[in-house]
Design a protein around this ligand. Structure first.
Ligand SMILES: NC(=O)c1ccc[n+]([C@@H]2O[C@H](COP(=O)([O-])OP(=O)(O)OC[C@H]3O[C@@H](n4cnc5c(N)ncnc54)[C@H](OP(=O)(O)O)[C@@H]3O)[C@@H](O)[C@H]2O)c1
Length: 244
C-alpha cells in the first residue's frame, strides 16, 4: 500500500467492478472521485461513504473538457485515473444498429484518451525530483483480446485498440505519468447467466472459480504500490485450457 492517501478518479462507479474499486479505495482512506451516468443505490451508498460523484456520459464528448475542469475544481491533485467505464454489445446487435459499434470505440478508446489529455490540461501531473511518476493511468481492457471472442469482435477490437495505445501514451507522458492496463477474463457472471453457461465458462479456465471484482482492486493496489511498472498489461484470467 502507498503510504499517503491518494486522489483517484474512476469512471463508471454505478455498479460491479467500478463500484467495488471505489468502495475499496475509500475504505483504505483514499480520496475518490467517481463518474456516473445513472444514479443507483450503489452510487448513493458510495456517496454516503465520501465518494465525490460527478456526472459524465462518455458518449457526449463535448462534456469531457468541462468534466475535467470540474475535477480540477474539486481536488488539487490526481494520483491515479482508472478508465473502467464500458459497454458490451454483441456483434449481432451492432449489425442491426451500427451506432453501437461506434459507441464502443467512443467509450473505450476516443473518450478515455480525450479525458486523459483534458485532465493533463486542467490538473497537470508534474515532473518530480525523484524521477518517479506523479500520476498513473490504468485502463481496464479484456483478456479475451489475446484469446479471441467470435461473438464480440467490435467489443474486443475496441478494447485491443486502447490496450495498444498504452505504450504510446506512456511515451508521451513520461516522466510525469505512467500508463498501465489490467486485462481481466471472467470476473463475475451477470445475474441472468444460466447454470450451463456458467459451468461451460468456468470449465475453460485452469482455475475454475468466479473471482469477483475484488481481484481488480488487489491489482490496482499493487500498481499503486510499485512505482516501477509502466507500459504493462496485467492479465487477470487464471490462464486458459489449451484447445478451448
Ligand atoms: N465483469 C467482467 O467479468 C469483465 C471481464 C473482462 C473485462 N471487464 C472490464 O472491466 C470493466 C468493468 O466491468 P463491469 O463488468 O463492472 O462493467 P459494467 O457492469 O458493464 O459497468 C460499466 C460501467 O460503465 C459505465 N458506462 C457505460 N457506458 C457509459 C458511458 N457512455 N459513459 C460513462 N459511463 C458509462 C456504466 O455506468 P451506467 O450504469 O451509468 O451506465 C457502469 O458504471 C470494464 O471496462 C470491462 O470491459 C470486465
Amino acid at each position: 500500500m502507498t503510504s499517503r492517501p491518494q486522489t483517484v478518479l474512476i469512471t463508471g462507479v454505478t455498479r460491479r467492478v467500478g463500484a467495488d474499486l471505489a468502495g475499496h479505495l475509500l475504505e483504505a482512506g483514499h480520496r475518490v472521485i467517481g463518474s456516473y451516468r445513472r444514479e443507483t443505490d450503489v452510487l448513493h451508498a458510495l456517496i454516503d461513504r465520501g465518494l465525490i460523484a460527478l456526472p459524465l456520459d462518455l458518449l457526449e464528448r463535448e462534456r469531457i473538457e468541462p468534466f475535467a475542469r470540474e475535477v480540477a475544481e474539486r481536488v488539487d491533485r490526481l494520483d491515479l485515473v482508472v478508465h473502467n467505464a464500458s459497454i458490451w454489445h454483441r456483434d449481432e446487435d451492432c449489425a442491426a444498429d451500427p451506432g453501437l459499434a461506434t459507441a464502443m470505440y467512443t467509450v473505450h478508446v476516443t473518450a478515455p484518451i480525450e479525458l486523459t489529455e483534458a485532465l493533463q490540461r486542467t490538473l497537470p501531473a508534474r515532473e518530480r525530483d525523484d524521477g518517479q511518476a506523479d500520476r498513473q493511468i490504468v485502463f481496464l481492457t479484456d483478456a479475451h483480446i489475446h484469446e479471441g471472442e467470435p461473438d464480440h469482435i467490435h467489443y474486443i477490437a475496441s478494447k485491443a485498440a486502447i490496450e495498444g495505445s498504452i505504450r504510446s501514451l506512456a511515451l508521451r507522458y513520461a516522466p510525469h505519468t505512467r500508463v498501465n492496463a489490467i486485462a481481466p477474463g471472467l470476473l463475475m457472471f451477470h445475474p441472468g447467466d444460466d447454470p450451463d453457461y456458467r459451468r461451460d465458462r468456468l470449465a475453460r479456465r485452469l482455475l475454475p472459480f468466479e473471482p469477483g471484482p475484488g481481484v481488480v482492486a488487489q491489482t490496482v493496489d499493487y500498481l499503486m504500490a510499485c512505482p516501477l511498472i509502466n507500459q504493462a498489461v496485467i492479465r487477470l484470467d487464471t490462464g486458459r485450457r489449451w484447445g478451448n
